[in-house]
Structures are given as structure tokens and as C-alpha cells.
Ligand binder design. Sequence first.
Ligand SMILES: N[C@@H](CCC(=O)N[C@@H](CS)C(=O)NCC(=O)O)C(=O)O
Length: 264
Amino acid sequence: MLTFYEHPLSPYAQKVKIALREKGLPFEAHTPSGLGSGADYDPAFLAASPRGEVPALVDGDTRVFDSTIILEYLEDKWPGSPLLPRDPQARARARMIEDLMDTHYEAINWGLIEIRYMGRITGAMADTLRARAAEQTAAWRRWLNVELGDAPWFGGSQFGLADLAVVPYLNCSAEFGLRPDPGTALAEWFERVNARPAVAETAREALEIMPALDGIAPLLAAGAFKREYRDHRLEWIIRSGGMQVVLDGIAKDNIRFFSEFDNV
Ligand SMILES: N[C@@H](CCC(=O)N[C@@H](CS)C(=O)NCC(=O)O)C(=O)O
């Protein structure tokens, strides 16, 4: 049985769960203790994921972290129900869509979660960042609509990697009222993809745990939880007008950065 370290709200974990379900691979899901704290991690989890991030997969003696690498591992080891087309150009295209969603798009949702749930961004700053996020996601939806074209799926005639890499992000945006425009190809795809059992089950698990976010601001204020400001997320908040949020977080020591595996 595969062990899968995850959090139902993590879009990266959702990508992998959709793939596991599409491939019919049974797995045991665990949300590791210490996730998001920067300390006190479950040691078995840390052995699989030295950055302390979900998702991570344990398959016997094999430990794999990072959603993209896990998806490659699944495809290499269980090529049945393939998630990538055969054509090299189409494979590259699916991977490029995944990369853009995992980096730039994810950062926008991360920012919206900061604003709605973490309690450190309020007033005019929150309005500015929310407005930027709305403009940015609209631009992404225009781009995705062009990428999809007339095809039923992002990879062409078959559901695959690009679809499972887009849907967790668009589902999260939808929770913030940012949805594909009715009548567009993207809106039709959005319905089609969410009707797939693997996607629907994964999305339902995320929605079920969403209310837990309501209790997170007091934990953050008490110093029990520090959100990691890194990579495209850090870039997003700076380029969208939130530099002061970063400076305040450093001054109050309630944000954190990557720190050379000092938990290992
Ligand atoms: N590049 C990684 C990113 C994984 C990631 O950022 N996971 C987040 C959850 S969405 C996490 O575990 N964060 C832990 C933390 O902030 O301490 C992947 O694709 O798996």
C-alpha cells in the first residue's frame, strides 16, 4: 500500500491524489503532524520530505517528494491509464501548463488565503491585493481558454496531466468568487473536469476541511504557525503591492523562509 502525505487543501497534493485515483492505485493518506509549523514534524514524514512539504509518497523503500516528481514516478512505475499523451510535443505542452499553474497561478491563491484567513492583511492593503488577484486570475483564465482551444481536455482528446494540474487551482479560485466566464470553453471544461469521480472526490475532501481555516488566524497570532513566504508566493506579494506585509512579517517574526534542512 502506498503511503501518501498530504493536506486536503494543498493543490499540489490534490494533483497527486487525482492521479492516484485515475490510475486506480490504493493509498493511505496522512496529514503529517507539524505541517506548516516549521518544526516538530513527524519524523517519518520528514524522512520522505526534507523540506517538510506535502505531498510526499512512500512506496516501500522509495520516498518521493514534490508533486511533479511524484507524478513522474507514478507514470514511470504504473504506465497504465497514462496521464501523458505519446506525442513529445503534447507531453512538453502538458508539462509547461503544469509548471505555470504550480508557480505563478498558485501564488495568487496563496495570497487570497493570506488575506481571507491569516488575519495579517487588512484594510486598503487587502483591497489592493484582492483587486490585483482578480485581474491576474482573469488574465490566466483568458490564457487557459486559448490553450484549451476546441479540445475537450488540455492534453487534447484525453484527460491527463495538464487537466489535473489546472483543476485544483481553478477550484480554489472559485471559492474566492473567481470562476471561468459562463459560455466559454473553459467554463465547459470546468464542469466536465469536476464531474470526473477522481476530481470530484478530491475536491470534496478539500471543501470539507475548508472551515478549519477559520481557526488559523489566532494560531498565527500566537506564534504557533508561521506561513512560509517563498519562491513565487514571495514574488507575488511583492509585485502585487504587499512589500509592507513582508517587512512586517519579518519584524514580527510571523513569516518564515526556507532554512537549509535544519529540521532534519
Ligand atoms: N513544489 C512542491 C510544493 C509543495 C508545497 O508547497 N506544499 C505546501 C502545501 S500547499 C506545504 O507543504 N507547505 C508546508 C509549509 O509551508 O510548511 C510540490 O509541487 O509538491
